[in-house]
Design a protein around this ligand. Structure first.
Ligand code: ADP
Ligand code: GLC
Length: 474
């Protein structure tokens, strides 16, 4: 089974969120499951050049905008599977990954170059596995080209949805210039008057996966379908949910190089050192018995910050520290600044993206908040569990699939979950968690239950392998 895995971000080359973690780990896990997998990824100016092994092509020709464009391609083994990095500076040397008016051109070019690269490598993959809207173009081109048979005529396509809300919308007037002719080739893009690369990919791929089973059902409904629920229902026999894994080479408190001390489920003493160091890092008083409640996230409505805004003050009056790492919408950034100014001895905030600090917070915190409005999978609740930090989550998407409610009678469970999207429900659960935090035996049990859960990528990789094979029986 030969698989070409396309992603616009993958650790260690680029990361803006969970897709980076997944695309950095899954190809490696596929190789471990016996798949001949490679990653295809843009070479950004922010990518560390030290990760590059060699230049493999300096003259890859790509059909583009009615002409030809030549790019270089580099090879890296830093993600544990061969990664081909496409070097097109005018598109990818812009200081950040997304957020430009011509993003659809940038990632359409990436998709086009990926197909050209496969041709140049001379071995058609059995499966082209695309992720999110940037890769919708590749699946669509492959589908459009199939009518002529040819080199990729037998290659099957899988599109993975990591977040249905980001649809890669652009002006349909650009479709022709991008190389899509009229008729069906353009119709597949149309979504409420705009062109959507995600919709085109989901229309034309042989199958669709999402990153948790529950999310695969939720997106078939109006509330979470973001206007594409009809398509998800129409293709539900081609839609499956496979829960993300955790890369324990990167997220493991026994070995994590970012931590001041290491620890395990058998011996948690290092976690206390991590907590004290975290308090110092944020200039907070060293009060080890006071619980640290934490959040690490893009500051966007999806992540439930409207609820956090309502309960933050009560959390502090109930005796907790609160620590937040993230940047995003102004409304939430200014709220956290206000909270910090109002309670400087209880609140620590860092506005920005800081990978080492994310690890240090996972280790030093006691409780992790993820009251998401929706969550395709979510990784931080799983990282938290491994770091002995108890998650408080809303029962949605992958959060519901991966966190088990604590049952004090049985001593089972890994965290706390609430259902309705409202601040009372969150506050009740936070209070419940704060109560159990004071009962050291019970708390130790929840921590240990979470730390022993095995969310490694192996099981998920085997499910993908079965899915790849099933694409040939459709
Ligand atoms: P999403 O992809 O929707 O943002 P996930 O929970 O799947 O949510 O993954 C988020 C990833 O991004 C995690 O690895 C998390 O630690 C990381 N992350 C989010 N915000 C920051 C930040 N400000 N600094 C460092 N890492 C962050
Ligand atoms: C998206 C989702 C998140 C998921 C991640 C990786 O960014 O918002 O829930 O964990 O992709 O699949």
């Amino acid at each position: 089974m030969r698989v070409a895995f396309l992603s616009s971000e993958a650790v260690p080359f680029a990361k803006t969120g969970g897709l980076g973690d997944v695309a950095g780990a899954l190809p490696k896990a596929l190789v471990g499951a016996g798949v001949d997998a490679c990653l295809i990824h843009p070479l950004y100016d922010t990518t560390d050049r030290g990760l590059i092994e060699e230049k493999v092509f300096d003259n890859l020709e790509v059909d583009w905008l009615g002409g030809r464009r030549t790019v270089s391609v580099y090879l890296s083994y830093a993600a544990g599977a061969p990664a081909f990095l496409i070097d097109a500076p005018e598109y990818f040397a812009r200081g950040k990954v997304y957020g430009f008016g011509d993003d659809h051109y940038r990632f359409a070019f990436f998709s086009r170059a990926a197909l050209a690269l496969l041709g140049r490598l001379g071995q058609a993959p059995d499966v082209l596995h695309g992720n999110d809207w940037p890769c919708g173009f590749a699946a669509t081109w492959l589908w459009a080209g199939r009518q002529w048979g040819g080199f990729l005529g037998q290659t099957r396509t899988l599109m993975s949805i990591h977040n249905l809300a980001y649809q890669g919308l652009f002006d349909p007037g650009d479709l022709y210039r991008l190389g899509f002719r009229g008729g069906e080739e353009s119709n597949v893009f149309m979504s409420n008057g705009a062109a959507s690369s995600l919709k085109a990919g989901l229309m034309t791929s042989d199958a669709i996966s999402t990153v948790s089973p529950r999310y695969s059902f939720e997106i078939q409904g109006h509330e979470q379908g973001y206007g594409l629920d009809w398509l998800m229902r129409q293709r539900r026999d081609r839609l499956v949910g496979i829960t993300n894994g955790v890369d324990y080479d990167v997220w493991n408190p026994e070995t994590d190089p970012h931590l001041p001390a290491h620890y395990s489920a058998e011996d948690l003493s290092g976690k206390l050192e991590c907590k004290l160091e975290l308090l110092r890092r944020f200039g907070l008083p060293e009060e080890p018995d006071r619980p640290v409640v934490a959040s690490i996230s893009r500051l966007v409505a999806q992540k439930g910050f409207d609820l956090i805004k309502h309960v933050a003050w009560e959390m502090l009056t109930a005796g907790a520290f609160f620590v937040s790492l993230g940047s995003g919408e102004h409304e939430y950034e200014s709220f956290f600044q206000w909270l910090k100014d109002s309670a400087p001895n209880r609140v620590g905030i860092y506005r920005g993206f800081d990978e080492p600090l994310a690890h240090q917070i996972e280790a030093g915190a006691d409780i992790f908040l993820m009251p998401s409005l929706y969550e395709p999978c979510g990784l931080n609740q799983m990282y938290s569990m491994r770091y002995g930090t108890v998650p408080v989550v809303r029962a949605t998407g992958g959060l519901d699939d991966t966190v088990e409610e604590f049952d004090p009678e049985e001593g089972t469970g890994t965290g706390f979950k609430f259902g309705p999207y409202n601040a009372h429900a969150l506050l009740d659960k936070v209070r419940e968690a704060l109560y159990w935090y004071t009962r050291k035996d019970a708390w130790g049990r929840i921590q240990s239950n979470g730390m022993r859960v095995d969310n490694s990528w192996g099981a998920a990789a085997r499910k993908y392998v079965r899915l790849y094979h099933a694409l040939f029986d459709l």
